[in-house]
Design a protein around this ligand. Structure first.
Ligand code: SF4
Length: 407
């Protein structure tokens, strides 16, 4: 049986400009975005109307335990705008006691006061999009903020944390950026730890075709670290952060004890979640679906939802549980991996199907199991750290080949 979700993701698509590596569903509003009389205000207001309409349209569900405002740049919204979205969510679902409420913030968009304002309306976790500390790197990847803005932002956020006004916070960094080497990356890690952030999200640069980086890469003009250097960098991240007390609880996530993100863990556990906003993905009843990535498409989709004309409605009818391959894909990202037999049984497989199919899966995964990339223990499969986590994509490809070979 598919259980109703207890988490919600709210997409705020506005940014000053598009960073060179980014292919998210966003609306660039220019340098004056967020200012009281900037031309972007009309776009923000009409988008928020759509977002409120979508939240109001959703069926009721149990109280939420995690809410995540992501983007885009949610910190381009004012406190009252976030508060009004929270009120709408609360009216619809209610919040569990101690619910984790995260807001993504971008260093070029707030002052210390603004952060305190967000906390007065219930936000208790901030996720700061730093990406890199060096000015040359920040310019090279098209970020709007510079080094001193980032350091100041970290200082403000950490101050709130130390004053116990904020439950926890996270800093994002990207590894394997153009021009990066082991030395320069080590300096980035040292600076990240120096901020005292209790949670670090370390993403690998992903080259997406329809971006500035995608086009430069195609022309051979992007000087990214080769595979061997990229592996050294990842190894460094793992060793360095481990030596500073961080635990890698998911491929890209490191936290000090007690600071893992509950919202992120929900995604990887295979639970369902509500998603609201342009381009947002949700899986309220198991199967995931995405909203249109343009504002016009999203508006039309909301209109259709209101008339219940779409096949994939927000409602539970016609839904099916999250497929097993997807459960494995998300579950394997976690340190604890997956208990495949349990998941398969929950998905309705018989013992005979499990026996036959998993024997075959072990053949697809043989070389990874033999060489210690993948570990099988007490019915659980998990990626070894860092070896297995570094090549998670190859392991997942074999899993998909296995999945496609099944009747
Ligand atoms: S700020 Fe974030 S969402 Fe906006 S363009 Fe840059 S990477 Fe993309």
């Amino acid at each position: 049986m598919v259980r109703p979700p207890r988490s919600a993701y709210v997409h705020i698509p506005f940014c000053h400009k598009r960073c060179f590596y980014c292919d998210f569903s966003i609306i660039p509003l220019g340098d004056s975005a967020g200012a009281p009389s900037s031309p972007g205000i009309t776009s923000i207001n009409s988008y928020l109307d759509l977002l409120h309409r979508e939240i109001s349209l959703s069926p009721k569900g149990p109280p939420l335990s995690t809410i995540y405002f992501g983007g885009g740049t949610p910190s381009l919204l004012k406190k009252d705008e976030i508060a009004s979205l929270l009120e709408n969510l609360q009216r619809k679902f209610g919040f569990q006691d101690g619910a984790e409420i995260t807001l993504e913030v971008d260093p070029a968009t707030f002052l210390e006061n603004d952060l305190e304002e967000y906390l007065t309306i219930g936000v208790n976790r901030l996720s700061l999009g730093g990406q890199a500390f060096e000015d040359t790197t920040l310019a090279l990847i098209g970020r709007k903020h510079n080094r001193s803005q980032l350091i100041e932002a970290c200082h403000w956020v950490n101050n709130l944390f130390k004053r116990r006004m904020l439950r926890t916070w996270s800093l994002d960094l990207i590894q394997n950026l153009p021009g990066m080497n082991l030395n320069s990356w080590t300096k980035e890690l040292e600076q990240a730890v120096h901020t005292e952030a209790p949670h670090l999200s370390i993403y690998d640069l992903s080259i997406e075709p329809d971006t500035v980086f995608g086009r430069r890469h195609k022309k051979g003009n992007l000087n990214i670290p080769n595979e061997a250097v990229a592996q050294e960098i990842d190894l460094k991240t793992n060793q360095f952060l481990k030596s500073r007390g961080f635990s890698r609880y998911e491929i890209s996530s490191y936290s000090l004890p007690g600071h893992a993100s509950r919202h992120n863990r929900m995604y990887w556990s295979g639970s369902g979640w509500w998603g609201f906003g342009m381009g947002a993905t949700s899986a309220p009843w198991g199967e995931r679906f995405s909203r249109p990535r343009t504002i016009a498409g999203y508006k039309k989709w909301i209109d259709q939802q209101e008339n219940q004309l779409l096949e994939k409605t927000l409602f539970a009818k016609d839904s099916s549980p999250m497929p097993l391959d997807e459960l494995l894909m998300v579950g394997l990202r976690r340190r604890e991996g997956v208990h495949i037999l349990e998941l398969a049984k929950q998905s309705g497989w018989t013992q005979q199907e499990c026996d036959e199919n998993f024997k075959l899966l072990d053949k697809y995964w043989l070389k990874f199991l033999k060489d210690g990339y993948l570990i099988k223990k007490n019915g659980r499969y998990f990626l070894s750290n860092p070896k297995g986590m570094q090549i998670s994509n190859q392991i997942l490809i074999e899993m998909y080949l296995w999945w496609d070979s099944l009747d």
